[in-house]
Write a protein that binds this ligand. Sequence first.
Ligand code: JB2
Length: 218
Amino acid sequence: MSRVSPVIIIGAGGHAKVLAGLLNAVNAVVIGFTDADTARHGETILGHRVLGGDDVIGTYGPDKVELVLGIGSVRPGPVRHDVWQAYKRDGYRFQSCIHPHAWISPDTEIGAGAQIMAGAVIQPGCRISENSIINTRASVDHDCSIGAHVHIAPGAVLGGTVQVGDGAHVGTGATVIENIRIGDGAMVAAGACVTQDVAANTRVAGVPAKPIGSDKSS
Ligand code: JB2
């Protein structure tokens, strides 16, 4: 993980605070946060100021700063994807963030802007695609493939050879047994135990997990 450029963290909520702690732990140069909520402007979080709205980013430009996407999610949704695309289009780069107390097999493919939090474990043969979060103490076993803009929430456990599609969300403390496919945009509720494939844009919950709806029906 190279730390050659200073970073701005987009968002100043809970997820951004966790990222600020990570960036402090690796001695990154953090310029500050931006937040859409003007009431947050001027606050200090873990030693870094909320500088203003996203217009601040433009005062630096893509050659002077890299970005860390600090807006999290508790369900599938377009926000992280859309903010990511907008800044990529304008030529900005997103730094990947890897906590020094994560254990990541050296052969792991890690996409741009991926965020791997404290206590996460990623076993050999895995791919973590761009802008995805492997959150605190999540466990990703061998040969898993995690798509782009995915959130594997704190304490979730994926058995070996699990495939998670783009934009999916695996909730806090959920378990996905080996060889399962989770479709694009699907949501696994917190604490669920997934023993069968989950179709795209479908929500599942419970032990064993059952469908509880889809994006199209909600
Ligand atoms: O376009 C934006 C924007 N949209 C929302 N630009 C910028 N710069 N900021 C934006 N925000 C801001 O993101 C909101 O004003 C708010 O301050 C922040 C989101 O904070 P919140 O704490 O509500 O959610 P979060 O996304 O940081 O964290 C959620 O997801 C995490 C993964 C929480 O539920 C956490 O508990 C969870 N761990």
